[in-house]
Design a binder for this molecule. Structure first.
Ligand code: NDP
Ligand code: OXD
Length: 314
């Protein structure tokens, strides 16, 4: 009665392979074709499992999210009342920081404008502000937001972060809660969303919020990077913000509907950069090891790490 089941909408066989490697001798099952006896399952490893799947295992003891976000799990009304653990992993954090740094620098160093100049064979140097004059603001100062903030600060940007509870991070200006949001937005030129999707954050990246960003800073416009969750943003508002000059550009890794529908105007907007929800890939080789370590802790009576507070949704 200590088997694991993988219920994942992507790469399920790869997860099974890596979990087998890290948990030798343990039965590793796979939803929906190799469930075996549901009563034998003690651990559920899930990524966008079909609704209802998570409620089928009467003796399950822990649910592991195969990613940092858990909105896909909490959305299942059949989710059993069990400890829910999310991924906190140095490999995933590093990948997200790479993504955020890349796209912040693409904006800061005006790379899209140079791409256009290259196409037109134009040799022309554009004005380049110093990083110390550019205000970057990160919504979400958790595992991912804090790491990205520290790297961007090291590069020289004026970095601030916004979170639910107050934080002190050396060299980073911090804001919190509803009371801190407007001041955070008013100083921010490049807004980076690294929030989880919860009842409180759904749809937060909308036109009224974008209008509060600083358009008069060193970059001469406001820019958005969303690598958190698509449900944070209202696509139509982002398009409106771009067309009204509220936003100078949008870099989007995540969308309310994924894959991004073929007819979305975001695909062809000249000031939109799209990536296919790959800012920080959950690497099964790295993450299966962490799950095995957590199971060992749990079975030794030690507390689980990365426990989700299901009441706040992250
Ligand atoms: P954490 O749980 O460590 O951090 C979440 C942060 O968001 C915390 O600082 C928290 O505040 C803040 N927050 C939550 N709710 C609110 C709110 N209502 N108002 C203000 N701040 C809020 O998460 P991670 O940093 O590990 O990951 C963040 C998200 O990134 C994930 O939930 C996932 O959706 C997304 N992600 C995207 C990936 C991709 O490839 N695009 C890959 C991996 C993750 P406080 O510190 O006060 O609790
Ligand atoms: C995650 C993701 O949450 O890949 O880990 O989005």
């Amino acid at each position: 009665m200590r088997s694991l089941i993988v219920a994942s909408a992507s790469d399920a066989a790869v997860w099974v392979e890596h979990l087998r490697r890290n948990l030798p001798g343990r039965s590793i099952r796979c939803w929906p074709d190799d469930v075996g006896d549901p009563a034998e399952v003690a651990y559920i490893c899930a990524w966008k499992a079909p609704p209802g799947a998570l409620g089928r295992f009467p003796n399950a003891r822990v649910v592991f999210s195969l990613g940092a976000g858990v909105d896909h799990i909490l959305a299942d009304p059949a989710l059993p009342k069990l400890p829910l653990v999310r991924i906190v992993d140095a490999d995933l954090t590093q990948r997200m920081t790479e993504y955020v740094t890349l796209h912040t620098l693409m904006i800061h160093r005006r790379q899209r404008a140079y791409d256009a100049q290259q196409k037109a064979r134009v040799w022309h140097e554009l004005a380049q502000p110093a990083a110390r004059d550019v205000a970057v603001g990160i919504m979400g100062l958790g595992v991912l937001g804090k790491d990205a903030a520290e790297v961007l600060r090291r590069i020289g940007f004026r970095v601030a972060g916004w979170s639910r509870s107050p934080k002190t991070i050396a060299g980073i200006e911090t804001f919190d809660g509803a009371a801190g949001l407007d001041a955070f937005l008013a100083r921010t030129e490049i807004l980076i969303a690294l929030l989880p999707l919860t009842a409180a954050t759904r749809g937060i990246v909308a036109l009224p919020l974008l209008r509060k960003l600083n358009r008069d800073g060193a970059l001469g416009g406001a820019h958005l990077i969303n690598a958190g969750r698509g449900g944070l943003q209202i696509d139509a508002d982002i398009l409106m913000a771009l067309d009204q000059g509220v936003l100078a550009s949008a870099t989007l890794d995540v969308f309310p509907t994924e894959p991004l529908p073929n007819d979305s105007a975001l695909w062809t907007h000249p000031r939109v950069t799209i990536t296919p929800h790959n800012a920080a890939w959950s690497n099964p080789a790295a993450l299966a090891e962490g799950i095995a370590r957590q199971i060992a802790r749990f079975e030794a009576g030690q507390p689980l790490e990365g426990l989700v507070d299901t009441a706040s949704g992250y």
